[in-house]
Design a protein around this ligand. Structure first.
Ligand SMILES: Cc1cc2nc3c(=O)[nH]c(=O)nc-3n(C[C@H](O)[C@H](O)[C@H](O)COP(=O)(O)OP(=O)(O)OC[C@H]3O[C@@H](n4cnc5c(N)ncnc54)[C@H](O)[C@@H]3O)c2cc1C
Length: 442
């Protein structure tokens, strides 16, 4: 019955890899996740996932996906200290020098640090009886069939040397480090087209305690406001009654990692609230920095020919601007879609044949395309952004500013913006006739 579903291997045991591993456990006898890192650092940030030092919002569609994929997991996260709050009532959002209107939405967000989340997710996925995580194993190369049409396994290297494993399905979840673009030509396939948006972004973050401080928010956002303000700051309440605070700058204008420079940067923000927070909060970690010059969308879906039985997911396909906080939610949406697509395919077919090709072509429409379109259009409103400007458009900039300004008073406009930016609804939902009327104040 399941002769072509004996073993699946996922390369990369981070958020995307773990969620995909969880899904494949329902369809394969054995699921193996390999990761080049040792993964024994508990809830500490790790070297291959340097973004672990920085703020990581878990958006509503991801909460829904986690509840569906891993029943009870969100409750376990909360029991372990994660902070669940209402996106509308708990978020204070400043943009264009003004504050969006607050109001209950029934759309939960989760506040916790990234290493805390990944640690709990890994424990939960690893507890599945047919899932095994082999840490400290670096992916080396894909093994293909004699005619090179399909991937039939991989080679990896660990402390004990090189190992070759056969698999019926392999998944590249190597994140930003994925080298699939370079590997494809070596396997006899074309490299995929990449869309690249240059923003030279820099994060400077640290964890804080603030005993006795009880703000009216769980998440404070002092947003960038294109085209003139390209710095932002965010504070989020996380496990252990702590706060993670981050200042971000575009175009090389990055917050320094020293007290005076950090405060000076905070004083340049259009509102004082983040600087006020720094005055009362006590840091519990050093400053941590992260930089990225660009965001990338690799158009694997456009290729006519692609190795069969190979999937590529998460940041390895779509490397979004992290300031919009959508990467993990995108990964979770992809995992849910994989589950549903596999169920559908196997309901109609007795084998996996043809599955990976169809799923690859369909994958961006699951959410990455929305996120990519919305975030690149927003970033292209800055003159300094490097990228294809045919996507932006003065009208859209004008319209979005108008909608944000209406959202300071109008709850429907605020909800519309949150729904689109948090991937609850597609970007087109911002231009429905009703939303246009809200934007115009009619
Ligand atoms: C500064 C920053 C802030 C962010 N903030 C948010 C946020 O607020 N909300 C949000 O949803 N997302 C956020 N993101 C995005 C989020 O971190 C990613 O989308 C998420 O980690 C999913 O990525 P991934 O699992 O595809 O890849 P990664 O998390 O990058 O993991 C890749 C894994 O592959 C492994 N690996 C790599 N190469 C090999 C190899 N050769 N062999 C074996 N293993 C390998 C690595 O060790 C790693 O475990 C942020 C990103 C950054 C950079």
């Amino acid at each position: 019955m399941r002769s072509d579903r004996k073993r699946a291997i996922v390369v990369g045991a981070s958020v995307s890899g773990l969620l995909i591993g969880r899904v494949l456990a329902d369809y394969f006898d054995e699921v193996l996740l390999i990761d080049k890192e040792s993964l024994d650092r508990g809830v500490e940030p790790r070297k291959a996932v340097p973004q672990g030092n920085h703020i990581h919002g878990i958006l509503t569609p991801m909460v829904t996906a986690l509840k569906w994929l891993l029943p009870g997991f969100v409750d376990d996260l909360v029991a372990a200290g994660a902070n669940v709050f209402d996106s509308g009532a708990g978020t204070r959002f400043h943009i264009f020098g003004t504050q969006l209107r607050n109001g209950h939405t029934d759309q939960p967000l989760i506040g916790c640090t990234r290493p805390f989340f990944e640690h709990h997710l890994r424990q939960r996925v690893e507890s599945l009886p047919n899932v095994q995580i082999r840490a400290g194993q670096r992916f080396e190369r894909w093994v293909t069939s004699d005619d090179q049409a399909r991937v039939v396994g991989l080679e990896m290297t660990g402390a004990a040397g090189t190992d070759k494993l056969a698999a019926d399905l392999v998944v590249d979840a190597r994140g930003r480090a994925s080298a699939l673009q370079k590997e494809l030509p070596a396997l006899g396939f074309d490299a995929a087209r990449q869309e690249v948006i240059g923003i030279d972004l820099g994060y400077t973050s640290r964890l804080f305690e603030a005993p006795g401080f009880s703000p009216a928010w769980d998440l404070l956002i002092v947003n960038q406001s294109p085209p003139d303000v390209w710095i932002n700051a965010v504070v989020q309440k996380v496990e252990g009654d702590r706060y993670i605070g981050t200042q971000v700058g575009y175009f090389g204008d990055h917050a320094p990692a020293d007290d005076a420079g950090y405060m000076e940067f905070a004083n340049r923000l259009p509102v004082q609230e983040f600087a006020d927070f720094l005055q009362i909060a006590k840091p519990v970690t050093d400053y941590q920095r992260f930089g990225t010059r660009d965001c990338r969308m690799t158009r694997y879906e456009e290729l006519d020919r692609f190795p069969a039985n190979l999937l590529v997911v998460g940041d390895a396909v779509c490397n979004l601007n992290p300031v919009y906080g959508q990467g993990m939610t995108n990964a979770a949406n992809e995992a849910v879609e994989l589950h549903q697509s596999l169920a559908e395919h196997l309901g109609r077919n007795s084998s996996l044949d043809g599955f990976t090709d169809g799923f690859r072509k369909h994958l961006p429409s699951v959410g990455a395309e929305w996120a990519w379109q919305m975030t690149t259009a927003a970033d292209l409103q800055f003159e300094q952004t490097v990228g294809d400007r045919s996507r932006s458009g003065r009208f859209m900039s004008w319209y979005m500013k108008r909608l944000f300004l209406r959202a300071t008073k109008n709850l429907h406009a605020r909800k519309g913006i949150f729904d689109a930016t948090m991937l609850v609804k597609p970007p087109q939902s911002l231009t429905t006739p009703r939303m246009v009327l809200h934007a115009l104040g009619l």
